[in-house]
Design a protein around this ligand. Structure first.
Ligand code: NAD
Ligand code: DAU
Length: 340
């Protein structure tokens, strides 16, 4: 049985990744190390909590002693590092936690994985490290790094640490960089779940600036399948891009959400722009297609409809996040059992 240490597994992409691993890899054991910040919700994995192949460790990737203890107590075959502060707007308000978790946390994880001779380490990164595109062109793995927000700067620093460890120590690292994910379990501060949840209760949706910024949308399970392919078949020291081949202006996406939910355009509210707002992201994934045999499978309209249906039938999940009730889940679920 192979053991993967997943960090940040109670977040949006990490929880989808863990569920997919357990569904598709019967011999896989997963250890999930998560700090349970505001974005970490153990309810995302409540359905697999009793699976004997799954173990949850409540802790911080910045806690060196704790991270080292996980490696000394377990034989870890691979690390997938999702743990991060992930919201651009929050990084503009306060970059401190981003520097701490995204940079220092990654360094601690790299040191511990290296000391334990872990055979494979995958850093989950973002297309935002490449900066912003104009009307034309695509990011390739060779596009120079030019981050524009404190979030993307911290992710870039982490990527450079992974690169340096590979170069200096022959560390077995791989970096993946993906565009904007959508799907179930995304925290309702990001565009799609925020707008869907607002529209579900006939609240206005705040479109930044003129809504002309372009993002390339990919279903979270396509991203997870890419990470799995890179982890198993990627070349050490390499970078792999993933994208959904689905560029949309924010206003186009907003109108699509209104259409699917049958809501009026009067619910659009244009608000002041995000400072330093990147205009356009678009990904060239030909290297991942060529080397990993990966390509996105979910057609955007289908994936969006399924995602909206998921939020509609999981209104309680959203409500518990908005009310803060989900923060009590961990204590109720694990407090007595683990003394946490
Ligand atoms: P998220 O905010 O939903 O989840 C982050 C998770 O990390 C949470 O469970 C949180 O509790 C945990 N965490 C935060 N700080 C931690 C710490 N110090 N120690 C341990 N756990 C900690 O994020 P997400 O959207 O699922 O993104 C996951 C990763 O994928 C991030 O590294 C992000 O940069 C990257 N990424 C995200 C997207 C996207 O569209 N969401 C796209 C490309 C890359
Ligand atoms: O590109 C990958 C990145 O995608 C990931 O690295 C980040 O972790 C993830 O959060 C996401 O970043 P974005 O900033 O692109 O996502 P967000 O959902 O915050 O915003 C998407 C677009 O919508 C962006 O152009 C800003 C705009 N927006 C966002 C919000 C929350 C609005 O117009 N109004 C909003 O209220």
């Amino acid at each position: 049985m192979q053991t993967i240490l997943v960090t940040g597994g109670c977040g949006f992409i990490g929880s989808n990744f863990i569920r997919l691993q357990l569904e598709t890899q019967p011999d896989q054991k997963i250890i999930n190390l998560d700090k349970l910040t505001y974005a970490g919700n153990p309810e995302n994995l409540a359905d697999i909590d009793s699976d004997a192949r799954y173990a949850f460790k409540h802790g911080d990737i910045c806690d060196r002693e704790f991270v080292e203890s996980i490696f000394s107590e377990n034989s870890v075959d691979a690390v997938v590092n999702f743990a991060a502060e992930s919201h651009v707007d929050r990084s503009i308000l306060d970059s401190g936690p981003f520097i701490q978790t995204n940079i220092v946390g990654t360094q601690i994880l790299l040191d511990a994985a290296r000391s334990a001779d872990v055979p494979r380490y995958l850093q989950v990164s973002t297309d935002e490290v490449y900066g912003s595109l104009g009307a034309e062109g695509f990011f390739t793995e060779d596009t120079p790094l030019a981050p524009n927000s404190p979030y993307s700067a911290s992710k870039t620093a982490a990527d450079l640490l992974v690169r340096a460890y590979c170069h200096t120590f022959e560390f077995p690292g791989i970096i993946t960089r993906c565009s904007n994910n959508y799907g179930p379990y995304q925290f309702p501060e990001k565009l799609i779940p925020l707008f869907v949840s607002n529209l579900m209760s006939d609240q206005q949706v705040p479109v930044y600036g003129k809504g002309e910024n372009v993002r390339d949308w990919i279903h979270v399970l396509d991203h997870c399948r890419g990470i799995d392919a890179a982890l198993r078949n990627g070349r050490l020291g390499e970078v792999y891009n993933f994208g959904g081949n689905c560029e949309l202006q924010n206003i186009q996406l907003t109108k699509l959400l209104l259409e699917v939910l049958d809501k009026p355009e009067s619910l659009i509210r244009y608000v002041s722009d995000r400072p330093g707002h990147d205009l356009r992201y678009a990904i060239d994934c030909s290297k991942s297609e060529r080397e990993l045999g990966w390509r996105p499978q979910v057609e955007f309209r289908d994936g969006l409809q399924q995602t909206i249906d998921w939020y509609l039938s999981n209104a309680v999940w959203i409500e518990r996040i908005k009310s803060g009730a989900y923060l009590k889940f961990y204590e109720e679920q694990y407090g007595a059992r683990m003394g946490a």
